[in-house]
Design a protein around this ligand. Sequence first.
Ligand code: AMP
Length: 471
Amino acid sequence: MTKFTDLALDPRVLKAVQEAGYETPTPIQAQAIPHALEGKDVLGIAQTGTGKTASFTLPMITLLGKGRARARMPRSLVLAPTRELAAQVAENFDIYAKHTKLTKALLIGGVSFGEQDKLIDRGVDVLIATPGRLLDHFERGKLLLTGVQIMVVDEADRMLDMGFIPDIERIFSLTPFTRQTFFYSATMAPEIERITNTFLQAAVKIEVARQNSTSSTIEQALIQVTPSRKDRSFADKRQVLRALVRAEGESCTNAIIFCNRKMDVDVVAKSLKQHGFNAGAIHGDLEQRQRMATLDDFREGRLQLLVASDVAARGLDIPTVSHVFNFDVPTHPEDYVHRIGRTGRAGRKGKAFTIATPYDEKYVTAIENLVKQPIPRGDLPEGVTMAEPTAAAPEGESERRPRSRSRSRGRNSESAPAVEAPRVEVQAEPQRVETPRADRRGDDRVVGLGDHVPDFLLRSFAIVPAPETEE
Ligand code: AMP
């Protein structure tokens, strides 16, 4: 087995690696580092969790060990798709370069240009950036990329998803042809292949097995919920989620709750907070400072439940969590593997619950096909009972709409969270709601908008409502 000391890394890097507690290089590190140190381009097909960040950071620090940065001309460039990933690379860099004098700057949105400009003006060895922010600096004439000797593109498939490929091509063309390139992607979509063929030269391709199986240390359960009405499925799922978290009790030390859409991330987090849970949200629309603070709280154990979207959580280096809750069944089966892989790490035990409605059936099937085994069906948590089928839909407000007048009138009766006896009124047969939900209230019909009537269209301007609460 390869040891770090076999890898011809700078002794200062080896010392930092040892202090970080790493005993042996991961497969991508063992395979990529020797080629990287020889000056070759590397194409790494690997996803987060494989140790890929160190596989490019350690040789970069070693290679940059000699030489000095010049004003406004960074010597190396790392591009990451999101602010969090860029910040994470920067943190990794700080750990591994701590015994060297190399300098770095992090160029991400949400941080003032002034501070970043000052660092660049002074000259940095490593510039870590998101593509858009880097180009903003470039266009303001504050930055020259002609001194870049090493360029890293991290999570290229994510860049593709986020529409950054034209930016990446532009940035490539602004750097010298003689640069060394490290390019990482979890998958090789045709567009990614095209970029690598264009901008990498005689690259060494290193592929680390794609993870499409789930760890045996993770206890999985699929909790099937048949909503009382289709338009109540989110409210019903929130009740089930609360009951699941409560049922896990103290064994749930920290959990990530995944939602498919960022608007639901906010709603679920807010709802949990209103019901007395220690929860916070991260998704792409939040301010950088806010996201960082929430993540810090979660890492430090001040926050128990982190509600997240896939994009926001992807690649985040969060220590193992005791539980993962899929508030929604992911629509991409690989995301299921990524999500639940947040728990049960390093041989520890973890639990992953997935809340599914009958509308999710095809996604559940896709996951089961990918992982080549059924997800064990779990029972609804205690206290959540299946209601008898009824002809009429039960009374209750529709999803994401303001409360009706009568409900908003009494602060005391309705604005406090419901007393927690988790209960979902569920019909044996899901009742198909054919008409737009607004139709059920004659006074605010919005024809033609189906289930997606924006709240503002339904708002009454004549009433000053009491503060609303989420379900
Ligand atoms: P990455 O795939 O780069 O996001 O790394 C995932 C995690 O693995 C990070 O928490 C790293 O600190 C950790 N890590 C990286 N290399 C090693 C190693 N050789 N041994 C143990 N942990 C490592």
